[in-house]
Unconditional design. Structure first.
Length: 317
């Protein structure tokens, strides 16, 4: 099915007042909202994790240096998971997954290699209520730095063991990742910034043991800029950061205007929340009622109130 993305209107559940800047820094990524309302997000270019106080409207540094942290997520116990990547620096990223106990400040390294080789640049992360963790490991930077010969998705089990669960050629360049509220579906952004590269959102069946199967396409944004990060609402809809107003090269077109694209699990586009900045990177739900959408885009963290509550694993009950 061919979709005219420029004809998509603002969805009914979104406040017509539109988005407003929550705070501005440099190159924002990976927002994650804590139960107390604080929003943590990565500033990859400046190698730090920031935190935004939604009550006072102030922004401060949580961690510097961050190991080039990218995607962030709170696990079911409220601990901060971080994809410490390898972008925007001189190969100085930690290339690992860490977990921080915000009460004690203790930082635990969950994994820093696969089969004895460094990860490429861990990008985004998702978790199940049973403690299983899934993360993506693409290489969008200098591919000469790769020790692994693949861009893949991994699962960390409760005993600390790591398994590669999705890899090439089934996918090209894994980026954003999310899990449905019933934890039966894993969603994956496959965004490869080359001519003819994938700009797809995939879904996979997810078993209680963490096995993935039955790969299906949700939506294809090609030839425009595809998805980066995404979040899932309690009703199952995907909120996908995608599109661009100024293409960065011949590999992408202006066919997908920038915004948060609301897409059903079956691929029906329900609407777009326009965002007045390139490049959109990621999105999460926060607020007391999980009806505040926080959007990382370029140097800015935006927020908007919506009528549909979101799903986050540390606040599922």
């Amino acid at each position: 099915m061919t979709i005219d993305f420029h004809s998509v209107n603002l969805p009914a559940e979104v406040d017509a007042a539109g988005v407003s800047p929550a705070t501005a820094i440099a190159f924002t990524e990976g927002p994650a909202a804590a139960a107390d309302g604080t929003v943590y997000f990565s500033d990859i270019a400046n190698n730090r994790i920031m935190k935004f106080d939604s009550v006072t409207g102030t922004t401060s540094v949580f961690r510097e240096s961050s190991g080039r942290a990218n995607g962030l997520l709170f696990d079911p116990q409220g601990r901060l998971l971080a994809c410490e990547g390898n972008e925007f620096g001189d190969n100085d990223g930690n290339r690992r997954i860490t977990r921080t106990d915000l009460m004690t400040g203790e930082v635990e390294v969950l994994t820093d290699n696969f089969d004895g080789k460094k990860y490429n640049a861990p990008n985004d992360i998702a978790a199940c209520s049973n403690g299983q963790i899934f993360f993506t490991d693409p290489c969008y930077g200098d591919r000469a730095t790769m020790e692994l010969d693949h861009d893949s998705v991994y699962r960390i089990d409760l005993d600390g063991s790591v398994s590669r669960v999705i890899t090439q050629p089934e996918i090209q360049r894994p980026n954003g990742i999310a899990i449905s509220p019933d934890e039966k579906t894993l969603y994956l952004v496959d965004s490869c910034p080359v001519m003819g590269g994938n700009r797809k959102i995939w879904k996979f069946n997810l078993s209680p043991a963490g096995e993935v199967s039955n790969q299906q396409i949700v939506i294809d944004f090609a030839p425009g800029r595809g998805g980066d990060g995404m979040a899932v609402a309690q009703n199952g809809d995907l909120y996908i950061a995608a599109g661009i107003s100024r293409p960065r090269g011949p590999h992408e077109a202006t066919t997908v205007p920038p915004g948060i694209w609301i897409v059903t699990p079956d691929g029906d586009v329900r609407g777009r929340i326009p965002i007045p900045e390139d490049v959109l990177t990621n999105v999460t739900f926060g607020g007391d009622d999980l009806q505040t959408l926080y959007i990382a885009a370029g140097k800015t963290l935006f927020s908007i109130r919506i009528n549909t509550p979101g799903f986050v694993v540390h606040r599922r009950h």
